[in-house]
Design a protein around this ligand. Structure first.
Ligand SMILES: Nc1ncnc2c1ncn2[C@@H]1O[C@H](COP(=O)(O)OP(=O)(O)O)[C@@H](O)[C@H]1O
Ligand SMILES: [Mg+2]
Length: 142
């Protein structure tokens, strides 16, 4: 596991940019951290780094699965409001793991049984208004 301290949103964007060079379709990335830690902000930066439209990445979680067109197809799952894993299955989550997408999952702890191994795990710790610590595991050479 690697630790990356950041002290600004710009630094968070730079980290996402760096990660974007190391991932490919079929990768599943989980993002953990308290509300406001920066999970969606990181997803937005990653979508932009992969050639997608960052404006489409919304913080409020109205639907469970979002799709973004980028250099590679990106699926963004926000499991925050999920009542059950059955709900995620009904939303079609299993189709996302067919190897054709990069799948980014906020609140993976709510759907642990549905997420295939291996995953790239990102944990974000809130340290201060702008300061965060990112812990990244499951990725060689990063
Ligand atoms: N270094 C940073 N990295 C990411 N977000 C930051 C940082 N500093 C401040 N923020 C702010 O923290 C908030 C994170 O919100 P969001 O990404 O929606 O969190 P989450 O999805 O984890 O609930 C945003 O308002 C963002 O502007
Ligand atoms: Mg979020």
């Amino acid at each position: 596991m690697q630790t990356y301290p950041v002290d600004s949103e710009v630094a968070t964007h730079a980290l996402a940019q760096k990660l974007s060079l190391k991932i490919q379709k079929g990768d599943v990335i989980t993002l953990q951290g308290t509300l406001g830690a920066g999970k969606t902000t990181f997803v937005r930066a990653l979508v932009e780094a992969l050639g997608g439209d960052p404006i489409q990445v919304s913080s409020p979680t109205f639907s469970i699965i979002h799709h973004y067109d980028a250099l590679v197809s990106i699926a963004h799952v926000d499991a925050y409001r999920l009542g059950s894993e059955a709900e995620a299955i009904q939303a079609g989550i299993e189709d996302l793991f067919d190897g054709d997408h990069i799948v980014l999952i906020e609140w993976p702890e709510n759907i642990l049984n549905l997420i295939p191994d291996p995953v790239i795990q990102i944990q974000i710790q809130w340290l201060g208004e702008m300061e965060r610590e990112f812990y990244i595991s499951g990725l060689e050479d990063f």
